[in-house]
Design a binder for this molecule. Structure first.
Ligand SMILES: Nc1ncnc2c1ncn2[C@@H]1O[C@H](COP(=O)(O)OP(=O)(O)O)[C@@H](O)[C@H]1O
Ligand SMILES: [Mg+2]
Length: 320
């Protein structure tokens, strides 16, 4: 069983003093897939990556990565994986090409010159290859760092927020690279705060919230967890609250207002909501409607819905 998973973790926990960064993280990433670990700041994404790449030891739980036990066979795990974070390991005094050749020698890659040229090309760095890396933009350094981590063809690649803060051109090159790696059979686990990134790259998404997995599934499955996104535009600002009350009753969601447009929107908790139902309910409540729409949920909606549910539950718990 385990051999079909590139990453399989059970109950991983990590504390930093008072902070319980991971509270029992269960992950199952099938070989050759791209898994997007999605979560807000502080959710525990970086801690998870540091544990799974042997940079930190778990306080509890266990994991197998690339077929080896994370703790007992840490060296074997390290030999099969690569990790790229936001702090690059690039030497600014060396050129891009020299940096890659250095990594190639460190990892005893056969034919490092050819592999270097191939990677420089893949990451759009051919023209800049013979300039010192210190002259590179942030996006170019991030690309070079990713190229360096690929020099010895890892089985599992960990990317911690690979495109945070990058320009669109660098972001697209990194996205292409991830797709290319996946097509070659490399397993990729990437963390991101960007729903769009997870939607585009990952076959499976793991939603992490406060150190635990809140949901897992394909982008489509996650979207199916919530109903449609409903929005109505009313004729007068004074009826906006009334419209919101109807939406609240009908959908169970938390209305959000766009006062400039006299609009109120909600992500429905009820997947069976239809436009006629919505319009009839508002009409019989005497709300003068200018416009009403239902559109399929985006991953953003899913994210909002799930975090919103959590806080509501927490408030209820505290009130009880
Ligand atoms: N070395 C550390 N010392 C103390 N607290 C830490 C350390 N690393 C992370 N944390 C805390 O653990 C929690 C999870 O952090 P992190 O894994 O970096 O989240 P993410 O990458 O999802 O933003 C946060 O509350 C963070 O402040
Ligand atoms: Mg992080």
């Amino acid at each position: 069983m385990t051999s079909t998973y590139a990453v399989l973790s059970e109950g991983l926990e990590k504390r930093f003093g008072e902070v319980h960064a991971l509270r029992g993280l269960d992950l199952a990433v099938a070989e050759g897939t791209v898994c997007g670990v999605l979560g807000p700041n502080g959710a525990g994404k970086t801690t998870a990556v540091r544990l799974l790449t042997t940079l930190l030891r778990p306080d509890a739980g266990s994991a197998r990565v690339a077929g080896h036990d994370l703790v007992r066979e840490a060296a074997a795990v390290r030999s099969r994986i690569a990790v790229t974070g936001q702090d690059t390991s690039i030497d600014g005094d060396l050129t891009g090409r020299q940096n890659l050749q250095l990594f190639g020698r460190l990892h005893r890659v056969r034919g490092p010159a050819g592999r270097t040229t191939e990677l420089l090309d893949r990451f759009g760095l051919t023209e800049a290859a013979d300039r010192p890396a210190a002259t590179y933009s942030g996006g170019m350094r991030r690309r070079l760092d990713l190229a360096a981590s690929l020099i010895r063809r890892p089985d599992v690649l960990f990317l911690d927020e690979p495109t945070t803060g990058l320009d669109p051109a660098s972001r697209n090159l990194i996205w292409d690279a991830v797709r290319g790696l996946a097509a070659e059979g490399t397993t990729v686990l990437l963390t991101t705060q960007y729903l769009e990134e997870a939607d585009r790259l990952a076959g499976d998404i793991v939603l992490v919230d406060r150190g635990r997995v809140a949901h897992t599934g394909s982008p489509a499955q996650l979207k199916a967890l919530v109903g449609a996104h409903a929005e109505v535009v009313v004729a007068h600002p004074d009826v906006l609250t009334k419209a919101a009350a109807v939406l609240d009753r009908l959908t169970g969601g938390q209305p959000s207002f766009d006062h400039d447009r006299n609009a109120v929107g909600v992500v429905s908790k009820d997947p069976t909501l239809t436009l006629p139902l919505l319009v009839r309910a508002l009409d019989s409540a005497g709300v003068p409607l200018l416009d009403a729409s239902l559109r399929p949920p985006t991953l953003d909606d899913v994210f909002l819905r799930l975090t919103e549910t959590d806080t509501t539950d927490e408030v209820k718990e505290r009130a009880a």
